[in-house]
Write a protein that binds this ligand. Sequence first.
Ligand SMILES: Cc1ncc(COP(=O)(O)O)c(C=O)c1O
Length: 371
Amino acid sequence: MVALKVNKQLIDTPALVIDRSQLIENICNMQAYANAAGVAVRPHIKTHKCANIARLQKEHGAIGVCVTKVSEAEQLVKSGVGGILITSPVVTELKITRLLSLLPQAHDLMVVVDSAVNAGQLNEACKHLGMSLNCLVDIDPGVHRTGVSYKEALTLARVIHGHDYLKLAGIQCYAGNLQHVHHFSDRRRVSQAAMEKAAGVKKKLISDGLPCPILTGTGTGTFDIDSSVEGVTEIQPGSYTVMDQEYAAIEGSEGGGFRHFQHAMTQLTTVISGNHGSHITVDAGLKALYTDNTRPRIISHPGLEYDWAGFGDEHGRVTALPGFSLPIVGEVLELVVPHCDPTINLFDYFYIVENGQVIDKWPINLRGCSQ
Ligand SMILES: Cc1ncc(COP(=O)(O)O)c(C=O)c1O
């Protein structure tokens, strides 16, 4: 049990902490921006993997949520969260069976499709059950992760529309490779071009008499770019809820830092050894802080730097810049994590705080749902 009303410094570490007011402010800011731009928000919950946050997003105006995996959708349906879009193709018999077994409770479930073969598989499975499924054509804007080319999208849309048990619901075009393009002007140029091409496909579909109620895409880095492209109906950002160092490092639309959203989530880690003047050792290593190329930023103490430093799974090394002193054993450091999604997936709970006091503990109940 979490001890409520204690100062967050007393939480056992390593731990993820979310400032509730900042989280809600982020959710409200994104929703207000989308409302003003005339698009809906169907946030991607691959970031936080938490049904409580998904519910908060819906309470504040989100029309549903996006997930990547069928197992994530299963957890959300169990938690009563509807309006789910699965943003990655579902192709094996086993997964298709799992997917379709959700339909009786989740009629509005949608999935992206990126091949005629997959459309055929889904149609056959739906026919067998006598149920229909909403499908979006997944367009590849150049990442080559999933999706068909802009050109092939029209053909695939016709294939989907031609199946009796599939309902063509529109298009997804998500450019993950553009979210962290550093300069705003560069990001705007490339992301706008990618989305405008997808909007061109939508126009063509409609002029050919095919339905295309949805054009979705975008992440936190391009929310304010893609949502102004004519034809986009909804956006699917994820990281904006809690933020991380990778997003902190890109330029915002006003120049300077990316300050549209607050760092609502931090990690607490304790100094557990200090036998060397050169550094101290903390209890957060690779199993608490996912690493790619960015380092965490320590915000509780000035002039300190974290490094995994080959200390292994459970430990990290903290050094002090010239003129700054190292903390002592037992002290708690607070830091902004490098990359929120894969770090959150390492934890079972968020400690929810208000004015520095713990007010709740929320399960990260989709954590580990990688199937
Ligand atoms: C398909 C899709 N949509 C949306 C997002 C959300 O992006 P972000 O976390 O950058 O906001 C992701 C993240 O990887 C994604 O894969």
